[in-house]
Unconditional design. Sequence first.
Lengths: 272, 571, 161
Amino acid sequence: MPVRVETFDSLDAAASALRSTRSARFFGGGTLLMRAANHGDQSFDTLIRARDPSFRHIRSESEGVSIGAGVTMKEIIAHRDLSFLIPAAQAVGGPAVRNMATVGGNLYANSPYGDLAVALLVLGARIEFVGQGGRGVEIEEFMRDRDRHQGSIVRAVVVPRPRDPSSFRFVKVSRVKPKGISLLTIATYLPQSGGRIRGARVAYGAMGPRPLRATAVERLLDGQYLDSATIERAAAAACDGIEPRTDSLASSWYRREVVGIHLKRLLTGDRR
Amino acid sequence: MIEFRKEYFADERDDNLNEIGKPTQRQDALGHVTGRSPYFDDHLFEGLLHIRCVRSPHDHARIRRIDTSAAERMPGVVRIVLGKDVPNNLNTLLSLLDFGIDDEPLISDKKVSYKGEPVAAVIAESERAARDAVAQVRVDWEVLPAVLDVEEAIKPGAPVVNDVYPGNRFVYHGKYDHQKLRFGDVEAAFRQADRIIEGRYQMSPIEQAPTETCGAIAAPETNDRYVVYTSTQALFFSLDTTSKLLRVPSNRLHLIGGTVGGGFGGKVDSLHEPMAVLGTMLTGRPCKYIFDRHEEMQVGAPRGAERWYLKDGVMNDGRIIARKFTGYFDSGAYTRLSSYAIIKAVGHLPGPYTIPNVYADVYCVFTNRTPATAMRGFGITGVDFAIECHMDKIAHELGMDPIELRILNAYRDGDMKAHRRLAKNTALIECCHVAAEKAGWPLSQAARQASSLRDGGGARAEIPHTVTDQHGRVEGYTAGSYAQKKRPSGPAGQARGPQSPASHPSRDSIAVPSSFDRAPQPMSRPAPSAPPASAAVAPPPPPTAQRPAEQHAPEQRRVTRFSSISGLRRR
Amino acid sequence: MARKPLQFQLNGRHQAVFTDDGQNLLDLLRRGVGDLTPKYGCGQGTCGTCTVLIDGEPHLSCLTLAETVDGRQITTTAGLAEGAELHPLQTAFMDNFAAQCGYCTPGMLLAAKALLDRNPSPTREEVVEAISGNICRCTGYEPIINAILDAAGRRNQRRYG
């Protein structure tokens, strides 16, 4: 069936149309859906778009920055309130992809895509859906059960601002230099108080079907000084509790072998 | 930037030429930067139809039934093409050079032997409509055991990948299930060697990945011809393969190539043009057949994987006195160019070294993988990887400098090479010198004084007494022309033809003479690096495709053959 | 199948066309309008041969819904030269042997143009970043990077081509 496109002025109208059409998908930037359409993906025949300006807002709020799900990587990079996200947004694709790819799309991207989502996960963002009031869901809950949200439209993501930007680190590991698809993405958020890490968060991309937290590493880092002994222990436990995926880029064995090495480099500031 | 090293071979070169050695602008550079270079798809046709194939998801399976009824009813579908619609549905690329037995259908109808093999072609008004219809074709598969490893494939009891070659090995010269090289006596030399050093080397298949995918557009042209725009690197292969598969005389085919968006060997299999022309023949409209990127990676032929076992007899002073090769080329499910790749490889052995005893058995093996084809010096690059890793291994075991080891064993002008040609214009030693110099790698004075122009020939120019054998001999194939249908009647007891099941619908497409000039052709250089290279010797007369079916034995005619390819040299 | 009217500027000229529902911009430009300079290489947005500029910014036309360019300005490689006079990037690509098969060249040129229009004196890293979404299988990229830096150095010199 050829693909139909329906465009609505408001997100609410778009959400309603999406709910009532099983074979529809919501169109953000198109980088994932058009790819699927180009290959004749038979699971959808309707693309639903919204012209709602609120979809593209970037607004500073008390608890963080509210980023409309239709905001592109390029717009994140250019916005002065979002400079802490630049390492992650800059890692997505090349310049053309960044002009098109949206926050919302990145949240739903399957591994090995979804680099920005890894950063949002580690920063503890909150996901707001169209047509649902209240606080939405924490990103971790969203990631655990993402398929359940396929029929919903993300309105915005609220990202807490890291008090100290240097406490957020991000690396996208790829074979192709300087830019290529992610073999493995690591984001760490290690705020410090009195020199010790308080509330450690570590997230991986491309290790599983969607971004996940490395809870064993977090437990090892919490309450510690970020010194070489701590980093060694964290690197040794980098894969604990995680069964890395095997795909056409790398085997589970390979990811298990290297994740600790890349985590150590990220934590020591070794930029290779 | 070109650096002229005038101290080497100075009297053999003229470095003051007008074009060679000077930068020259490409004739298509202006077209490239203005976007005007015409690739095959840069031609617009009113009413263009799009062809997409139904492909096997299995490595190996029998086709029980293909149900196209739902697909035929889909909007925009013009025609669905099956194997029975192909006028002559069996071919092998090198049958054009009379080398090999037809083994590959254009559209398969009995079984599939690799993932992605086409079993039906949908022709529709748009690409999307074609894709939608492909998704509605129902194929009833009987999945068969598959074999994906070259050594597993040649074990007794392995699944038969290619019915034309039940042993899963291509048959050379009608006699052997591998290509042989024998020079001297390696077993005697091994007994004399100070050490035996062995190695096993494995290469993966490599996808050429051109930025432009393979494709062709065919359209009706005036004078009852078909015009075809194609991405092929091998226009004459494409012309003749199309002519043969579709039983269309080549003078009704107008093929236009020229600008290729990268090929690297991946656009020589000539399977897009026949499909596109078939579509036009059946619909009367322009038809486009192109690989998408998934197909280019999975279905498009890669350079085949290779596995090499090397066993060297080595003296403690570094001289290699014997080298034995066992090589396995993974041809995938069909022959295509792999049979030829092995011949190139064997001609190349033992590498750029003078080794007095050389033995090689090299197999072209069929597995349930994507059929392999050419890529960037295919047939040579894989075995060179094995040879050079092995040289480093030898150096390591002897405690010897790896470059000095190579200089010691390097061939020099006038040496006899294992395939019985005298080496000339050798330059390995000088390449080692320059590489060492640029790397700041110190060499001994003896190594620095070595030269390709000295110390060769003499005793090194002789062909040693060579031990031969009948290892790997097979029955049931003739040494005569593979491509002809009518076999010359031979003495009683001579095998009548390849043992192949009735999956050969016909081979009456091209009649070729049954006898030919078997005198060895003088060759001043090794075999060309790719089949479509202009022949150094006169090619055989082109097949006249519209000859009526021969009812009698073809008349005897003396024809010049490129005998190394077909191996039909009289000894 | 539904068809939607669409108007946009292509290389400074007004276009009024109908797009098929769901059609991508690459297909519209090539077969609808007849501009064959953007190419198909992957249909996934990973090779960059379909790159066009929309309002001066690089986009992947194979991933762009054609109807979203209504009222916008599109630049393709066909619009680089001014009449018979080549753009400095085109001259630089020729002079630096930055094209072999030429298939990636239209996309590379537009990625480079977007860079130089915004940043006339880029560093080598900035050039590499600008073409990081364009794959070349022939040149090894060095001649392309040199060509872009070369063009940046002599932006004001034009030459007939």
